[in-house]
Design a protein around this ligand. Sequence first.
Ligand code: NYM
Length: 211
Amino acid sequence: MSLSRGAFIVFEGLDRTGKTSQTRRLYNRLTEKGIKAKLIHFPERSSAIGQVINAYLTNAQDLPDEVIHLMFSANRWEHINGIRQEMLAGTTFICDRYAYSGAAYSVAKGLHFDWCCSPDRGLIKPDAVIYLKASSDEAIASRGNYGGERYEKLEFQRKVGVVFDQFCEKESSYWHQFDACQSEENLHAEIAAIVDEVLKETPSQSLAKLT
Ligand code: NYM
């Protein structure tokens, strides 16, 4: 008898919208229910590629926009086979940022949308994207440590948000939008309700690829 596969749940949104807290809460909830789950976060900064990305984000190193874009994608590719194997063996992955961040931040800098999406084609397609959208970006900018890394500037974040909104509209069959400015507790409850529905469906569905 073949094991049913795990799900691939991606969280997306601007910086400081609460993705990391919400992914942790969801992870705790699933494991408490006895669901085998793992948390992953892109960029995954520990690999050789990840260390270059970290140097770039902390302004220790400059790179052309195209080069850093391809490195973010390569960072996903270097982990995807391991993720696929574990998913097929039944583990659900909760992923903090994915290819949509890759496209959104680079398109906001002025790179071409299709060019930006192309290196990620073939990666695992998420079963659901949980999009944390700030109803007030000023509220988000006042959260602790804002501005510490490259990209954490209100004007730039607004451009990134436009691209996330476009994805949300175009990929509405599996993107779910939530108000990131509500209480952590409420937000978690709303996300949990959607994820419960998604988890009922995924075991019977085969893995798809980003196109
Ligand atoms: N980021 C993240 C990108 O520009 N492209 C990508 O492909 C990914 C995954 O990295 N400002 C940016 C968005 C964030 C920054 O992410 C660091 P985090 O989640 O704060 O570690």
